[in-house]
Design a protein around this ligand. Structure first.
Ligand SMILES: [Mg+2]
Length: 211
């Protein structure tokens, strides 16, 4: 799948590492509600927990407004607590070994502090990291993927984005980057593309065919 491709753009949560299971997004969202920062947004359906989706929707809705920073700080506090306890997805180590030759960018909805904790904890090397940053509209907008390409110095056609969520696909597609989906065993999903794998374990077999 990655013949002739120079760079991999990688989602982090539940693509490489399971962070969501360890983050109390319900408490984060309750805190957002108390602060009057709960907002809905028109975003793709995906398989996250209800509270995770609600918290992410609020951050999407607040992007570019003065309230974003406060909402971001609330959510990131919980994410950092979860990041410390996060667990690798199956075959993470093998995937990192199989993809050593590629330039890599992490493109994640997580805040930068939680992202740094996870990358360090699992020894994930990245040539660029685009986390949830002020001034960059988050996935499902194309912006973080475009920023990742710029930071890597790579054209869209020379990269592939790998992610487990419909939000990753929407962002990659809008940025003109080919997308490869990881279902994590989901039988029902809204991915639009044909190239879908159950897990990193399954994806590795295809990558190693070409390397
Ligand atoms: Mg994910």
């Amino acid at each position: 799948m990655v013949v002739g491709v120079a760079a991999l753009l990688l989602d982090l949560d539940r693509t490489l590492v399971d962070i969501e299971s360890y983050v109390d997004y319900c408490s984060a969202y309750a805190e957002l509600s108390r602060l009057g920062l709960a907002r809905g947004a028109e975003t793709p359906k995906t398989y996250w927990g209800k509270c995770t989706k609600a918290a992410m929707d609020a951050l999407v809705a607040l992007a570019g407004t003065p309230s974003w920073r406060m909402a971001n700080e609330v959510v990131e506090r919980y994410e950092v607590q979860g990041a410390v306890r996060s667990a690798p997805m199956p075959c993470l180590a093998e995937f990192l070994r199989a993809t050593e030759g590629y330039k890599k960018a992490i493109v994640t909805l997580l805040g930068p502090r939680a992202t740094a904790v996870v990358l360090e904890k699992f020894g994930i090397r990245a040539d660029a990291v685009v986390a949830r940053e002020e001034g960059i509209r988050p996935k499902p907008f194309p912006d973080p993927v475009l920023v990742a390409l710029r930071r890597l110095g790579i054209n869209a056609r020379n990269a592939v984005m790998i992610g487990d969520s419909e939000w990753d696909e929407a962002s990659a597609t809008a940025a003109g980057v080919k997308f490869v989906g990881i279902t994590n065993g989901r039988t029902s999903h809204d991915f639009k593309i044909a190239e879908i794998y159950n897990s990193l374990c399954e994806l590795i077999k295809v990558i190693s065919k070409y390397s």
